[in-house]
Design a protein around this ligand. Structure first.
Ligand SMILES: Cc1cc2nc3c(=O)[nH]c(=O)nc-3n(C[C@H](O)[C@H](O)[C@H](O)COP(=O)(O)OP(=O)(O)OC[C@H]3O[C@@H](n4cnc5c(N)ncnc54)[C@H](O)[C@@H]3O)c2cc1C
Ligand code: SF4
Ligand code: SF4
Ligand code: SF4
Length: 402
């Protein structure tokens, strides 16, 4: 007999998959299991459950969270080598360095290229920072991490916990008290997350397209003519077993077309409680997509710039210390907000989301994304044909009018 049932700890549409419920259950009768979309949800072994209610009480989605009003800056790392290894301006690295200089611990999302698992892990060495750098645009597993973080805090270690805002909320509700002196939090402004299954299906499609096996991949690269500028850093780079690699075109790559059209995000992301300018972490980092060459040099646009939000008194005190590794300049919030939807509200759930996962089974990843974004792909094809047949000036005029 199967005793595992899907009792709701919070509503399924709200569950962010953090696994706090797993960590707090005194009976150890909750496990995280993948649903058919590949997202993790808690499942309770009802025979062992003693109905203590702790899982519901500690679930971050069942409680309100304190937020703080932020001060907006733009920031970029002074060391170009580190900057080029970071998603935007290397804010994470500057803060992580500050913690490691004080013998602290860093917690963040690591990627295992063999298992393709993204999971939160603890590190305490500078050379391990590469494992945490770069955005992985699918959900990081966290259910194991909260007790380990509590242990480090209890031992008096300085801890930097990084992740999406729902993961910061999860940590706060697990720890149960706010303003812990030796805990600093940084959230990465978040558009939403995909599941591991979605990424595996994307990789399968690309292996079919290129006729060879993929050994590794990155969601962010600063290379080519554009580097980071105007969204060009968010491109998929695929590494093959034969030692070759390819960087996908940012306009047509099915992963980012699907991700940016929001057709395979976790259900909770369409109703995210953590969007907006009032934040729950000490610091928030984002891409400064609104920056132009009136504000920074052309080189800087190539290399990358972050938006840095300083949200709490604790963060305000640390900020001056970061100036040894980070350039930090005041900005008007309106220079950043209009270019980053998560500063205002969550992404809407498109009608097409309902059919994506069915189509995925029938047509594979590329087929499903292309069918649900057929108008977008048609327009791109038309533009490519016009570019080929029209003189450059005429083409540019036409595109700018359209
Ligand atoms: C899922 C996701 C969605 C995002 N959406 C947006 C967006 O809509 N707009 C925007 O401006 N920025 C977004 N970002 C943030 C942005 O990509 C950069 O992470 C941010 O600008 C910090 O830059 P950095 O140069 O300091 O980065 P890096 O040094 O590359 O930052 C690495 C940090 O990201 C964390 N991280 C990486 N992957 C994950 C993951 N899967 N889950 C949790 N934490 C992770 C690591 O723990 C580490 O703290 C998103 C990031 C993620 C992970
Ligand atoms: S009610 Fe208590 S025992 Fe039952 S699953 Fe939740 S935490 Fe575990
Ligand atoms: S604690 Fe986290 S994983 Fe558990 S039900 Fe709540 S949101 Fe979902
Ligand atoms: S959009 Fe919100 S709910 Fe979804 S992963 Fe990001 S912070 Fe969490």
């Amino acid at each position: 007999m199967n005793n595992f049932i899907k009792k709701e700890i919070c509503t399924a549409l709200d569950c962010v998959g953090c696994g706090v419920c797993v960590s707090v259950c005194p009976q150890r009768c909750i496990s995280m299991e993948e649903n058919k979309e590949g997202f993790l949800y808690p499942v309770i072994d009802i025979e062992k459950c003693i109905n203590c209610g702790l899982c519901e009480k500690k679930c971050p989605q069942n409680m309100a969270h304190n937020t703080e009003t932020s001060k907006f800056y733009m920031a970029w790392h002074k060391n170009r080598e580190i900057l080029m290894k970071s998603s935007s301006g290397g804010v994470f690295s500057a803060l992580a360095n500050w913690i490691l200089d004080r013998d602290g611990i860093i917690v963040g999302a690591t990627f295992n290229s063999k298992t393709r698992e993204v999971s939160h892990e603890l590190i305490n060495e500078y050379r391990q920072l590469d494992e945490l750098r770069l955005s992985k645009y699918y959900q990081s597993k966290t259910e194991h991490i909260f007790p380990l973080v509590r242990e480090q805090i209890k031992q008096g270690k300085l801890v930097l916990f990084t992740g999406t805002a729902c993961q910061i909320a999860a940590l706060n509700s697990f720890l149960g008290k706010l303003d812990i002196k030796n805990l600093i939090t940084l959230d990465v402004l978040c558009h939403g997350v995909a599941s591991k299954k979605v990424v595996e299906e994307y990789i399968k499609s690309k292996e079919k397209e290129y006729g060879k096996k993929i050994i590794d991949f990155r969601f962010r690269v600063k290379e080519g003519k554009e580097g980071w500028e105007a969204g060009s850093g968010t491109r998929m780079k695929l590494f093959f077993t034969d030692g070759t690699s390819v960087t996908q075109d940012k306009y047509t790559d099915t992963y980012f077309v699907g991700f940016n059209s929001n057709i395979f995000l976790r259900e909770s992301c369409y109703n995210c409680k953590y969007c907006g300018q009032e934040r729950i972490a000490d610091f928030t980092a984002a891409d400064f997509w609104g920056v132009t060459n009136k504000r920074v040099s052309k080189q800087q646009l190539y290399d990358g710039v972050s938006v840095l939000l300083v949200n709490t008194d604790k963060a305000k005190k640390i900020l001056p210390d970061l100036s040894s590794t980070l350039n930090v300049v005041d900005i008007d919030p309106m220079e950043a907000i209009p270019y980053n939807r998560a500063f205002e509200r969550p992404n809407s759930r498109p009608e097409e989301r309902a059919s994506f996962f069915e189509l995925l089974e029938k047509k594979g990843f590329d087929g499903a994304v292309k069918q649900l974004n057929s108008r977008y792909y048609r327009n791109i094809t038309i533009k490519k044909i016009l570019k080929k047949i029209l003189p450059n000036g005429v083409y540019k005029n036409l595109i700018n009018k359209g």
